[in-house]
Design a protein around this ligand. Structure first.
Ligand SMILES: C[S@@+](CC[C@H](N)C(=O)[O-])C[C@H]1O[C@@H](n2cnc3c(N)ncnc32)[C@H](O)[C@@H]1O
Length: 222
């Protein structure tokens, strides 16, 4: 993962994480992991191979893989410290259905896992708004390459709808993201993501309202 053009280390999270050895603990994951897990269990396949993109600390992967033994959950992140944390969480969890970490950067033209389009799901939580828009473009393109036909791309985060923020807090968050990096920002389901879905042969399916004005959104590969 490249640093920002000014050479400053690239920021990957907007929170203070606790560190214990290689393991990172995310306060936001502690708050939202139950709600995200429950929607994943509801709307995603209950068996098969799931590729998690931008897995961060690795806590979501452990939480979901524990609850869904029929899923083989492949977590990873392009950031080395996050990968070390994911590896530590995987090791301590001792779950046979938790794999990784991979180092996929969604902006790469080849993720290295395309052979056979073997995934039933691709998930990414809290990633595309804390990255340049090329990450959203790359996520849809790559998910289109690696998912089986009928596979599901699952996103979690804040989204605006047809150019309108869904809450004042999301509007303020969008401004704060852009002040940190003008390439970041809350993405719009209709204006930003619908064209990417169409271009890569996805049809939008579920939209689930989540705490703190976030959404889970799924797209099915045709
Ligand atoms: C805010 S963190 C979210 C982590 C975790 N998904 C969560 O919800 O707790 C965003 C993550 O996306 C990753 N990320 C940023 N750009 C990426 C890219 N181009 N490809 C893949 N992951 C990326 C970062 O390294 C970071 O770990």
């Amino acid at each position: 993962m490249a640093d920002k053009p000014d050479g400053a280390p690239r920021k990957i999270a907007l929170e203070a994480r606790t560190v214990a050895g290689e393991k990172l603990y995310s306060p936001s994951a502690a708050r939202n992991r139950d709600a995200i897990r429950d929607v994943v269990l509801e709307v995603m396949p209950r068996e098969g191979q799931i590729l998690e993109i931008g897995g961060g600390t690795g806590e979501h992967g452990v939480h979901i893989a524990t609850a869904a033994p029929g899923l083989v959950w492949h977590s990873g992140d392009p950031d080395p410290a996050s990968r070390a944390s994911i590896a530590a969480w995987i090791k301590d969890a001792g779950l046979a259905n938790l794999k990784g970490p991979h180092a996929i950067d969604v902006t790469a033209e080849d993720w290295g896992v395309e052979a056979g389009a073997q995934f039933d799901g691709v998930v990414s939580f809290n990633m595309i708004h804390i990255a340049p828009f090329a990450a959203a473009t790359g996520l849809f393109a790559g998910a289109g390459r690696v998912l089986k036909r009928g596979g599901v791309l699952f996103l979690y985060g804040p989204f605006s709808r047809a150019g309108v923020h869904t809450a004042p807090s999301n509007e303020a968050f969008d401004a704060s993201l852009k002040s940190r990096d003008p390439r970041w920002g809350v993405r719009d389901l209709e204006h930003d993501l619908a064209p990417l879905a169409q271009k890569n042969a996805f049809v939008r399916e579920a939209i689930v309202e989540m705490p703190a004005n976030n959404l889970c959104v799924t797209f099915r590969k045709q």
